[in-house]
Design a protein around this ligand. Structure first.
Ligand SMILES: NC(=O)c1ccc[n+]([C@@H]2O[C@H](COP(=O)([O-])OP(=O)(O)OC[C@H]3O[C@@H](n4cnc5c(N)ncnc54)[C@H](OP(=O)(O)O)[C@@H]3O)[C@@H](O)[C@H]2O)c1
Length: 342
């Protein structure tokens, strides 16, 4: 009998108040149990770190259940099948799973999708060819609907979702302006991804620079951020502008029960009416029936060099909490992934 591996995992030790801190997480170890008939043992190779995980740390009502105190932090993963008692899987198969922040997991196979490492690097299943890439595609195709010549602005533009939004909008013929934090990220948007302009939201003249970068106003604003970025974008929206509201990362560490002193709601509501705006929130999975279109189209764009991506890989599961805290502060540059094993 092979010896049972020891699984390490990161659990939610306590709920954060404001920004998460290291003490909100705890590293634990446990011997993996035997497999039952139909199950597979997975060794996690890569863990995706995503902004939505901040919401799972709170107990507030949301579209998804929170992680319980003491529970394993949730997350998308790429894993290798180590052992199997399920005829559909062989040892060595590489799969996409949702195993969370841990080194090993047991699955009955129903939640696994086999990946072909010969077709694309397996990490792309967590980024440009995974949930973030699909989010960009679905939000643009269904809500943003950019037309040739229109101006599309995207926030958190160097990240997993934003970088795909900008490049897909350019493929659709739009003029694209990215908003990102810092010069290096802005240079990357213009020089590597081919954005028409990039504006640094940390700069003191951000609102003026954004207006200058959008002389024809904004027809589509892909909202990933909220906060001061939204305040700068909002006056520039053209009549009939569309705003896919994908994420509001600037607000994820806020206590939603505390009222904000700067109430923009009346102005926003007036503009929705006067400018016939479409402001539509979405969670990518509502468009799940378009995933096969996405794999086909995005696969072709990558092969043609029109859809590029950048990964920010952190080594070691024990470093996941620090990397995740950094994500909420803009420290990642590209799709943030933890290499758990090789
Ligand atoms: N609706 C959905 O189904 C769905 C699915 C996936 C993701 N999302 C949302 O999409 C957004 C982007 O996700 P992602 O996975 O692509 O993450 P990401 O862009 O790779 O990383 C987050 C980035 O957000 C920016 N940021 C953080 N705090 C900020 C602040 N206070 N103000 C302005 N920018 C800030 C930082 O970039 P800078 O350094 O450039 O500021 C940071 O690197 C998030 O809001 C996420 O929740 C939604």
């Amino acid at each position: 009998m092979p010896t049972q591996p020891t699984a390490t995992r990161v659990v939610l030790a306590s709920r954060p108040s404001g920004k998460p801190v290291a003490e909100n997480f705890r590293l634990e170890a446990e011997t993996v149990r035997d497999l039952a008939e139909g199950e597979v043992l997975l060794q996690i190779l890569y863990l995706s770190l995503d902004p939505y995980m901040r919401g799972r740390m709170d107990d507030a009502k949301s579209y998804a259940k929170p992680v319980e105190i003491g529970g394993v932090m949730e997350g998308g993963t790429v894993a290798r099948v180590l052992r199997t008692r399920n005829a559909a899987f062989d040892p060595g198969d590489i799969v996409l799973s949702h195993s969370g922040w841990q080194s090993h997991a047991i699955s009955n196979g129903s939640d696994l999708r086999k990946l072909d490492p010969g077709q694309a690097p397996v990490t792309t299943a967590l980024g440009v060819l995974g949930m973030p890439g699909f989010t960009a595609y679905a939000g643009l195709r269904n809500i943003g609907k950019p037309k040739a010549g229109e101006t599309v602005v995207v926030a958190a533009a160097s990240g997993a979702v934003g970088s795909a939004v900008g490049q897909i909008a350019r493929i659709f013929g739009a003029r694209v302006v990215g908003i990102a934090g810092g010069r290096e990220k802005c240079d990357y948007l213009r020089d590597v991804l081919g954005f028409d302009a990039a504006v640094d939201h940390h700069s003191s003249d951000f609102a003026t620079a954004l207006a200058a970068a959008c002389p024809q106003g904004i027809d589509v604003y892909f909202e990933n951020v909220g906060g001061p970025v939204w305040s700068a974008v909002f006056p520039l929206l053209n009549d009939f502008a569309r705003v896919p509201v994908c994420g509001l990362i600037a607000h994820y560490n806020e206590d939603s029960s505390v009222a904000n002193s700067h109430d923009q709601l009346p102005a926003v509501m007036r503009a929705i009416l006067r400018k016939s705006l479409t402001i539509r929130g979405f969670i990518q999975r509502e468009f799940a029936d378009q995933r096969s279109d996405f794999y086909r189209e995005a696969g072709a764009w990558i092969a043609e060099g029109r859809l590029k991506h950048k990964e920010d890989i952190v080594v070691g599961l024990e470093n996941a909490p620090e990397a995740f805290i950094g994500l909420l502060e803009g420290k990642n540059f590209g799709k943030l992934i933890v290499r758990v094993a090789s």
